[in-house]
Design a protein around this ligand. Structure first.
Ligand code: NAD
Length: 422
């Protein structure tokens, strides 16, 4: 059976992000002036730029870079290549980055970028041309002290290498700290590629402890098998959990007896999908969401758990590897059902934590071992998880609201302390 696309008619995730903000601001009794400041992005850039395609045609692409808030440090956030990117999506993702950096207490603000393109239709040469020209167009906003992009959906270490090289060429010398998620050979960090997945598994283990579930032996299903989903699936497997299902954009694989992440990855590389991996049966997105499992990790795109399918979830823990995978309507249903939701701004923050380490290492030209990276990551994620858990208990709210309250409190304090210029 072919996998149905996980993407639905788009709900406006910017409206969702603002709704989440309004609810948390209300609970925190945030001053109205501060609310008006934090409710909207600080600056937004739209660029239309030409790329010469391999057949000689010139195509014009549209891209965006948005800074939501930079009170706590330079803007930080990924660059996404996807046919459904729009300005509202980039605004929402930039705002979530502000909260995410604040939850884990790294000294960055929130930013995000994207280009409207399906990169599956591009050659490597076209992808490089698009990346270099997009970087040039957004260069007034980026820089190691201003805004530091990183990989997101359909971008990777190679794309970051081209961005870093383009920016460096403009300046005449190497500026490795302008992006994170680079290859190791040019100033990348040990542990960055797996960092988001590692943070997710760390949070899932802590959440399992809280509900008395033994992580080793727990059954896990993963939506999305890219940067984030593949690492989360592999690290869950390494930690002793049983991976029973994964889906990607072209299909899915299921086995009650457990799947081998290495085999899934090889099959995906060879065929373009995890579907058909030896020893597995096909599974659809809808079936995966409603699968009988202990931990469901959503690591594909936003808007996957909604009012129309949240009730089908049978997992005890929903770990949000993706940004914005759950709508507010679904949140209410999950709360009612007693599903423990680990919110995106905490759950997938491992990536930005190790991006922070990468940036620090680049600025100092002094590189750490993978052990040091992973230990420091676990320490930061542990402190953040505990702060959110404590707020949850004190305020009697769910994990998402607790994470928002921690984050908004920190951003509001920084904004208040800096005062209004001029
Ligand atoms: P990616 O492009 O590497 O992987 C995305 C995965 O989702 C792929 O396996 C793809 O096949 C799958 N997918 C896409 N559309 C799908 C569909 N319609 N149905 C089922 N599967 C589908 O992207 P990524 O970097 O892994 O990002 C995934 C999510 O995690 C995004 O929401 C992103 O914003 C978030 N995130 C990424 C990072 C990071 O470090 N890369 C950090 C934090 C959050």
């Amino acid at each position: 059976m072919a996998t149905q696309p996980a993407t639905q008619p788009k709900t406006n995730i910017w409206a969702v992000a603002q709704q989440q903000f309004d609810t948390a601001a209300e609970r925190l009794h945030l001053d109205q002036g501060l609310r008006s400041v934090l409710r909207v992005p600080k600056r937004e850039l739209t660029v239309n730029f030409p790329v010469t395609m391999d057949d000689g045609r010139v195509e014009v692409f549209t891209g965006y870079r948005v800074h939501h808030n930079v009170s706590r440090g330079p803007a930080k956030g990924g660059v996404r290549y996807h046919q459904q990117v729009d300005l509202d999506e980039v605004r929402a993702l930039a705002m979530w980055m502000t909260w995410k950096c604040a939850v884990v207490n790294v000294p960055f603000g929130g930013g995000k970028g994207g280009v409207i393109v399906d990169p599956r239709g591009l050659s490597m040469h076209e992808l490089e041309g698009l990346t270099r020209r997009f970087t040039t167009e957004i260069s007034p906003l980026i820089g190691p002290d201003r805004d530091i992009p990183a990989p997101d959906v359909n971008t990777n270490a190679q794309v970051m290498a081209w961005m870093m090289d383009t920016y460096s060429m403009h300046h005449g010398y190497t500026i490795s700290g302008v992006v994170t998620g680079k290859p190791l050979a040019i100033g990348g960090s040990e542990g960055r590629a797996d960092a988001t997945g590692r943070g997710i598994i760390f949070c899932a283990q802590r959440a399992a402890q809280h509900i008395g579930l033994d992580f080793a032996g727990a059954t896990v299903a993963v939506q999305g098998f890219g940067n984030v989903g593949e690492a989360a699936a592999r690290l869950a497997h390494e930690a002793g959990a049983k991976l029973i299902a994964v889906v990607d954009v072209n299909g899915g694989a299921y086995s009650r007896d457990g799947l081998d992440p290495a085999l899934l990855k090889r099959h995906l590389q060879e065929t373009g999908s995890t579907e058909g991996t030896p020893g597995s049966e096909p599974i659809t997105n809808a079936e995966l969401i409603g699968l009988d499992c202990d931990i469901l990790i959503v690591a594909a795109l936003e808007n996957q758990v909604r009012g129309d399918n949240a009730d089908s979830i049978r997992a005890k823990i929903l770990a949000e590897g993706a940004n914005g995978p759950t709508t507010p309507e679904a949140d209410a249903i999950l709360d009612e059902k007693g599903v423990l939701v680990i919110p995106d701004i905490l759950c997938n923050a491992g990536g930005v934590v190790v991006s922070y380490f990468e940036w620090v290492q680049d600025m100092q030209s002094f590189f750490w071992t993978e052990d040091r990276i992973n230990e420091s990551l676990a320490q930061i994620m542990g402190v953040a998880f505990d702060a959110v858990q404590a707020t949850k208990e004190q305020q009697e709210v769910d994990m998402r609201m607790a994470a928002y309250m921690v984050a908004l409190g920190r951003v509001a304090e920084a904004t208040r302390l800096r005062g209004l210029y001029p």
